[in-house]
Design a protein around this ligand. Structure first.
Ligand code: PLP
Length: 296
């Protein structure tokens, strides 16, 4: 079996112009061959949306939640709606086509397609996950960086696409380089009016007493599938869960804090802007054990 796999969607959306001939929803192809055209708007403009789905022992995790968010992001960019059944099958097929590994991921990409063609492009790519043992165990250092938008940007300026998982992630990469320049590993974005938002590719989660708290999803941030599953995990164990407006002081005062996301899962925050903060090793292990073991 190969290390990586690629499913090319013949039918990426339910409302794109139909193909003239009857085609299966997707085809598994060799990921080493060229497949994307140089004038694809996903490449030339970052005009498209994506998801990264973790795969635990062959099982795509939170797939339905990821595909719902994929559809919401596509709607925000006025892209044709992804064909849910086709994507679900393509993700599962790509995940099943790689060498069995404990942890892998599948990335789904939907672009506006080749300029002038009017048909979206879509693919699902599977590969083994990076080893995040150290980040999960020892924690990460974060810096607080101003995102430059107010906390209500999604309501006042929806055209800025805050809260959509678009392919325009150059900023999300640039902030990690800035974090590294400042001696940290990742960032927590802060709104221009002082509210904690999210990480570069993750959500912020705090534990205060017996309650898990995350910034509200109406702040122009991504509603996280990992955060959603962790709220369900907490509720099952009798812990409270809450969405709140949070400030930097809340991060320092919390009993524990994490950046949570698909693939890296729960990375405890051990330093904020150079100031150490406590991590809860046992609870972190419990969170990650739960996340890694999910079968759906
Ligand atoms: N916020 C941003 C900006 C992200 O890019 C991501 C994931 O990539 C998340 C939050 C976390 O989402 P999830 O838990 O669904 O991976």
């Amino acid at each position: 079996m190969p290390t990586t796999a690629l499913a090319l969607l013949n039918q990426p959306s339910s409302d794109a112009p139909p193909h003239t001939e009857e085609l299966p929803p997707f085809a598994l192809v060799d990921p080493a061959d060229p497949h994307v055209r140089v004038l694809d708007l996903g490449v030339t403009r970052g005009d498209g949306v994506f998801e990264t789905i973790s795969v635990g022992s062959g099982h795509p995790q939170a797939l339905e939640a990821h595909l719902r968010r994929f559809a919401r992001s596509a709607a925000a960019l006025e892209l044709p709606a992804p064909d849910e059944q086709a994507w679900n099958a393509a993700v599962r097929a790509a995940a099943a086509a790689i060498d069995p590994v404990p942890e892998a991921y599948v990335k789904t990409i939907l672009t506006r397609g080749v300029e002038g063609d009017g048909r979206p492009t879509g693919w699902a790519y599977a590969a083994p996950a990076e080893d995040f043992t150290a980040a999960r165990r020892d924690g990460i250092r974060v810096v607080l960086l101003d995102r430059g938008y107010r906390h209500d940007v999604a309501q006042t300026s929806p055209w800025l696409l805050q809260g959509a998982k678009s392919l325009s992630y150059a900023v999300n990469r640039a902030v990690v380089r800035e974090a590294k320049r400042r001696g940290a590993d990742d960032v927590v974005f802060v709104s221009s009016d002082g509210y904690l938002l999210e990480g570069s590719t993750s959500n912020l989660l705090l534990r205060v007493g017996d309650t898990l708290i995350t910034p509200g999803t109406n702040l122009g941030i991504l509603p996280g599938t990992t955060q959603g599953d962790l709220f369900a995990f907490a509720a099952e164990r009798g812990l409270g869960t809450d969405y709140a407006l949070l400030h930097a002081d809340d991060l320092m005062a919390a009993d524990a804090a994490w950046l949570v996301s698909s693939v890296r899962h729960a990375a405890p925050i051990r330093e904020v802007d150079g100031t150490p903060r406590a991590i809860d090793a046992d609870f972190t292990s419990a969170l990650n054990a739960f996340l890694v073991a999910r079968t759906e």
